[in-house]
Design a protein around this ligand. Structure first.
Ligand code: PEP
Ligand code: MN
Length: 386
């Protein structure tokens, strides 16, 4: 409605058929706030938790584990859209209550699915973000109701939806009054049967250029296979995704739904460690493991933090070695052109460039101090190159 009123019919037909969600030359991605978390900014945001809320113990254990490992949102289905009517359908209202309590206890905002327009007020009264499942992406009554939900929406791509249909579904929510929509690529139906779905990373790259809305990836439903979550999560980072939603269960073998694609808490923690190494390469940040969420298990958290540091140190050392190798070639090029190895203006430029990246605990002076040492080593590599 909002959009219909604001955009004259002539303009609507000339531009993309989804004028409110189209990027239209905007360089910034829209930031969608979920509680204190912001999706679409510098941070790569990870949502994690069980496919379905099953018991109080299960959802609390999941919440604790994912919060400790650095997840920023807790996921969990209370109303489950199951392919078979005989499969576990979720705990309903009780599931919502348990999820909200686990979220409060672990300090994480919660995201959960809403199956119908009638349920929107109920789910919105207890969840921080409302999920539209793949099977409901074109439930237009639901999309319209979400326009007035007063909560951000996580819109999953339909099983066989084109990218345009996906964006038009988002347009429905926005033009009915709710601008806070995050898109989620969760795999599509193809002829392939080796994996549950085909995670369409083309779509993620395409969407990042076509819409200003944040886009996240669900490698759990996208692959259906636990051992593929790690590589596809890394691919999601590389392709420009703004975050992930991952299924984690304290005992996947006992899970009432999607156990084969759920990570154990240990596997999730290892995944976060690995993402901690690749996220900075895309110019983004990733939350660290949180000792506050670990309570009496703070020593375990300390171990994970040290593992995170070890991973970063390994990446740093490899980068420094690559840098020195390039410097050696530069040394040869300078010698071949009769230039002197020492180039003070160039070194000043390098220092100025890296100082611009200063943030958090490393201010421009600290960065400069570290890079003076790096430059000195590089000069040595240039001088000793043959
Ligand atoms: C889910 O997130 O548990 C879910 C049902 O996902 P999808 O709608 O993508 O199948
Ligand atoms: Mn699931």
């Amino acid at each position: 409605m909002l959009g219909e009123q604001r955009i004259p019919a002539a303009e609507r037909s000339a531009a993309a058929p989804y004028p409110l969600v189209a990027r239209n030359g905007r360089s910034e991605t829209t930031r969608v706030r979920v509680g204190a978390v912001e999706i679409g900014g510098e941070e790569f945001v990870v949502a994690a938790g069980p496919c379905a809320v099953e018991t109080e113990e299960q959802v609390r254990a999941s919440a604790r584990a994912v919060a400790q490992a650095g997840a920023r949102l807790l996921r969990g289905g209370a109303f489950k859209p199951r392919t078979s009517p005989y499969s576990f359908q979720g705990l309903g209202r009780e599931g919502l209550r348990l999820l909200a309590a686990a979220g409060r206890e672990s300090g994480l905002p919660v995201v959960t699915e809403v199956l119908s327009a009638e349920d929107v007020p109920l789910v919105a009264s207890s969840a921080d973000m409302l999920q539209v499942g793949a099977r409901n992406m074109q439930n237009f009554a639901l999309l319209k109701a979400l326009g007035a939900a007063g909560r951000p929406v996580l819109l999953k791509r339909g099983l066989s939806a084109t990218i345009e249909e996906f964006l038009l579904a988002a347009e429905y929510i926005v033009c009915h009054g709710n601008p806070d929509v995050v898109l989620c690529e969760r795999g599509i139906r193809t002829f392939e049967t080796a994996t549950r779905n085909t995670l369409d990373l083309n779509a993620v790259a395409w969407l990042k250029t076509a819409t200003h809305l944040p886009v996240i990836v669900d490698p759990s439903h996208g692959t259906g296979l636990r051992h593929l979550i790690r590589p596809l999560s890394k691919a999601a980072v590389a392709v420009g995704s703004d975050g992930l939603i991952v299924e984690v269960h304290p005992q996947p073998a006992l899970s009432l739904s999607d156990g084969e694609q759920s990570l154990t808490p240990e596997e999730f923690s290892a995944l976060m460690g690995e993402l901690g190494r690749c996220v900075p390469f895309e110019g983004r940040t990733l939350a660290s493991p949180r000792p506050e969420a670990a309570g009496p298990r703070a020593t375990l958290c300390l171990r994970r933090l040290r593992e995170r540091i070890d991973g970063l140190d390994e990446a740093l050392a490899r980068l420094l070695i690559e840098r020195a190798k390039v410097a050696a070639v530069i040394g040869r090029a300078k010698r071949a052109s009769g230039l002197s190895i020492h180039a003070p203006e160039r070194e000043d430029d390098v220092l100025r460039n890296v100082a611009k990246l200063a943030s958090g605990p490393l201010g421009p002076r600290e960065i400069e101090r570290v890079f003076r040492a790096v430059i000195e080593e590089t000069r040595r590599a240039e001088e000793s190159s043959e």
